[in-house]
Structure formats: structure tokens, C-alpha cells
Design a protein around this ligand. Structure first.
Ligand SMILES: C[S@@+](CC[C@H](N)C(=O)[O-])C[C@H]1O[C@@H](n2cnc3c(N)ncnc32)[C@H](O)[C@@H]1O
Length: 184
């Protein structure tokens, strides 16, 4: 499995800050709409932490956690979020470094298409979700969303699984999809 190195992580951070602001704002608005006060939220494959930064300023009551396979990405997120109360960890979605039933909401943006074993990864998202907790995975709509949808139906309450198109404001074409589910 390849991970983002130091140079690649810095390059990604610069491009993402320039190009993906609309997507992060859209995801932060979605989280804002569903997260209860004081909810515990995990961002999986957080990268340089831009989504966590948006969430922290929009909802300072949330208890935010971020995990990423790349220690370089976690270093960048740490620098961006310093002074905040976000907890960051290096870890693999296939073996998340958290106990069972830890989070009210698990979110992920543009990371799922890099997970080598989507079934195993989504079983981990279910394991760390509290009963009644939610998962929301945002990614490019043409990358692996059918496989992820089937995996969500196996690991979460099948009747709650949804796939919707997501178009951030001022984005002319629909590039993204959101997969959501609720834990039993
Ligand atoms: C394209 S970046 C997206 C980063 C960020 N979520 C965003 O929206 O800007 C994909 C991220 O997923 C992380 N990633 C890839 N495979 C992973 C895995 N197995 N476990 C945890 N993180 C992973 C990468 O290290 C990278 O930081």
C-alpha cells in the first residue's frame, strides 16, 4: 500500500486549499445539520485537515478526531489545527485505532477510492460507530461507489443506506457522490 510522502502531502494541501473549498463547506454544512450538540465526529483519511478546520470553526461544540494512513498528512493537519482541540492519529481505515462504539458520526472525503479493501474498511467504520450513529462518505461519483454501497448494506442497517449526488455551490458539473448509512 502506498502512502502520501512529505512532498506529495504538501502538494496536495496546496491544491486542495485552492480547489476544494466548496466541497469542504458543503460537507461541513451537512455535518452541522445532523450532528447533535457535543457529538463525537471522526474524519477518516483526513489528509491535511481542511475539513476538520472548517468543522471546528463552524461547530466548536463537536469533539473532533481525524485519522490518516500518512504521518506526513497528519503533520500538516496538526500544524493547521494547532491550538484547537482536535485529536489526530496515524492509522489505517482497515484497523482503526479506536474502541468499538466511539463515534456519533463518521465522515470521509475523497479517501474511500484509495482504500484497498472497501468491505473491511466499511466494517471498521461500523465497528467504531455508536448504535444509532451515522456514516457519510463523500467521493468522486465514478470511483468505487457501487462496491462501497454494497459494503454499507452489509455492515450498516441496509434500509438506511443512501447514495446521492453532491454538487457544491458554483460547481458546474456533478463530480461527487455521498453515501450515507445509520448504525443499528
Ligand atoms: C485525496 S486525499 C483526501 C484528503 C482529505 N480527506 C480531503 O478531502 O482533502 C486521500 C487521503 O486518504 C488517506 N488514505 C488513503 N488510504 C487510507 C487508509 N487505508 N487509511 C486511512 N487513510 C487513508 C491518504 O493518506 C490521504 O490523506
Amino acid at each position: 500500500m502506498t502512502t502520501f510522502g512529505a512532498k506529495q502531502s504538501r502538494g496536495y494541501d496546496q491544491r486542495a486549499s485552492r480547489l476544494l473549498g466548496g466541497l469542504y463547506r458543503r460537507i461541513a454544512a451537512d455535518v452541522d445539520a445532523i450532528a447533535q450538540s457535543g457529538a463525537c465526529v471522526l474524519d477518516v483519511g483526513t489528509g491535511p485537515g481542511e475539513l476538520l478546520a472548517q468543522l471546528g470553526s463552524r461547530r466548536p461544540d463537536l469533539r473532533l478526531h481525524g485519522v490518516d494512513l500518512s504521518p506526513h498528512m497528519i503533520d500538516l493537519a496538526d500544524a493547521k489545527l494547532s491550538g484547537g482541540a482536535v485529536e489526530l492519529s496515524v492509522g489505517d481505515v482497515a484497523a482503526l485505532p479506536y474502541p468499538d462504539d466511539s463515534f456519533d458520526l463518521v465522515v470521509s472525503s475523497l479517501s474511500m477510492h484509495e482504500w484497498p479493501e472497501v468491505d473491511r474498511a466499511i466494517a471498521e467504520l461500523a465497528r467504531v460507530s455508536r448504535p444509532g450513529g451515522a456514516v457519510a462518505i463523500y467521493d468522486f461519483r465514478f470511483l468505487r461507489s457501487a462496491a462501497a454501497l454494497s459494503a454499507l448494506r452489509r455492515s450498516f442497517e441496509a434500509a438506511t443506506v443512501r447514495r446521492e449526488a453532491v454538487r457544491p455551490r458554483r460547481q458546474p458539473i456533478g463530480l461527487y457522490t455521498r453515501l450515507t448509512a445509520r448504525a443499528a
